[in-house]
Design a protein around this ligand. Structure first.
Ligand code: FES
Length: 224
């Protein structure tokens, strides 16, 4: 659930993980299971991971240009509004207008895909999200922690990273490497930390951050 001190926009995946008109990525935010994908024009989509026909996970399906096709009976749903637009077993039949995927707000900003469970479009996007990761920084890795999000935020602060609420990020240094950390409240006891750094891929600093990230995860899980 949202509280006053938790952001409404959730950093669910690095933007580069979603290829236009191609793959579907599973995600979570506040316990909501998500199917993340892009239509062929690159527009980000964040849907409840459940087909409205018989509840099969959308992540088992595939993308056909600007539609997501369910793996079970092949019903196809349109990017944007999630409307069912095709039932392949009955090509002459008009798809029922009341059959829609549940659609959430999704926006790319600062190299991440952000999802808002309370919005159906990206019109309410927070401009500060663009600055959550400094321009030109590189994605390092995502840490998975079996710990609640508030405990993770507290632990990041104890480990030298400073929260910038306006940008929705923590920033500081891990083992001497400049780092931005985005916290995703996935489930009550499941939290992800997306780590970004100024250092380019393959650099010594990036390798140092990978090691520091493992140490950070151990520290957080130990400190709880
Ligand atoms: S369960 Fe998805 S089309 Fe039937």
């Amino acid at each position: 659930m949202n509280t006053d001190d938790s952001p409404r926009w959730h950093p669910v995946a690095p933007s580069a993980d979603l290829r236009p008109g191609a793959n579907i990525v599973a995600g979570f935010a506040e316990g909501q299971e998500l199917a993340l994908w892009r239509s062929a024009d690159g527009a980000a989509q964040a849907w409840e991971n459940r087909c409205p026909h018989r509840s099969v996970r959308f992540t088992l399906g595939h993308v056909i240009e600007d539609r997501l096709a369910c793996a079970y009976h092949g019903w196809q749903y349109a990017a944007g509004n999630g409307q069912c637009v095709s039932i392949p077993a009955h090509p002459a039949m008009q798809a029922p207008r009341n059959v829609c995927a549940k659609v959430f707000g999704a926006v790319d900003a600062g190299g991440m895909l952000w999802v808002n469970l309370a919005a159906q479009d990206a019109s309410a996007a927070m401009p500060s999200l663009v600055e959550a990761v400094p321009a030109g920084w590189h994605f390092c890795r995502t840490l998975t922690l079996r710990v609640g999000a508030q405990d993770v935020r507290n632990a990041l602060a104890r480990n030298g990273l400073t929260a910038d609420a306006a940008k929705g990020a923590f920033q500081g240094e891990l083992d001497g490497v400049k780092t931005a950390a985005l916290v995703l409240d996935a489930q009550p006891q499941l939290t992800f930390i997306h780590l970004w750094t100024e250092a380019p891929p393959g650099s010594d600093a990036m390798k140092t951050l990978h090691t520091a990230a493992r140490d950070l995860r151990s520290a957080i899980e130990t400190q709880g």
